[in-house]
Design a protein around this ligand. Sequence first.
Ligand code: NAD
Length: 272
Amino acid sequence: MRQMRIWVSGARGKLGAEVCRQAIAAGHQVIEADLTGPDPVDLMDPEAVARSLDGADAIVHCAGIASPENIEPVRLFEINTITTFNALEEAWKLGIRTAVLASSGSIYGTAWSPEEIGTPDVPIDEDTELRYVDPYALTKDVLERMGQSYARRGVQLTALRFHWILTRDEVRRYIAEAPPEDNRRNLWGYVDLAEAARACVLSLQPRTHNPYATLVIAAEDTGRHEPTTDLLALHSPRTRIHADLDGTASLFSSSRAAEVINWTHQSTWRDQ
Ligand SMILES: NC(=O)c1ccc[n+]([C@@H]2O[C@H](COP(=O)([O-])OP(=O)(O)OC[C@H]3O[C@@H](n4cnc5c(N)ncnc54)[C@H](O)[C@@H]3O)[C@@H](O)[C@H]2O)c1
């Protein structure tokens, strides 16, 4: 892969910092854009965004509000949508034609819905209907639609629907060792932090097919020890199952990511 200058927004956050680390390890240069750090950039300010993008070949946009907790919905909506618009629009004006956007598995509405919306069908993939009713999911739908509009203008654009981004220790703590009811809405899924960042870096490679792609990025297993079918039978009995779910198989399918960016989740929290 050709060496690039990659502009990473949210570079001081959980995902962005790991993207920077992997991009540098792969021989790329990185331009950090974050509210914090030695050279802060506020993505709400288009002129600041344009200045920081100078010399970039590609963008990986991870800046934003990663959870609707502790923030007013209007502020969440404002930050997540305007930061994405500024990143895409200023990159477009500068001739940058490769972009990766951090979408979320929360777009399915399962994680943050104020009331139970249920999960009618599994596995969940990119063709699963969006039934969200919460503002966080709405911001990710708007992000993807913005991405599609720039893809129509010639940007190779990849929107990655990450499941809950966790380290192995965090999977153990928040999912495996928690009561199963706690993560029922999330269907006990996760994506390892390093695997999520690897999906971002792989998405930068040129593609002739699929210049626009939305991809589910999730581990191939759940964060639980119980068989997945037992979990569903006990905690989500109305969910219809459309695949063989051996053992602790995930209820999210990332097979499109394997086709489009050659990404599969290569580790599991069960590894030592
Ligand atoms: N963490 C998860 O489980 C998860 C899952 C799915 C999707 N995502 C998405 O991935 C992205 C990164 O998530 P994260 O967990 O790394 O979040 P994070 O909170 O750790 O990092 C976000 C970064 O964005 C920066 N930021 C916020 N507003 C900014 C602004 N106006 N200008 C510049 N920088 C700004 C923050 O300073 C922070 O460093 C987010 O878009 C999030 O919605 C996260």
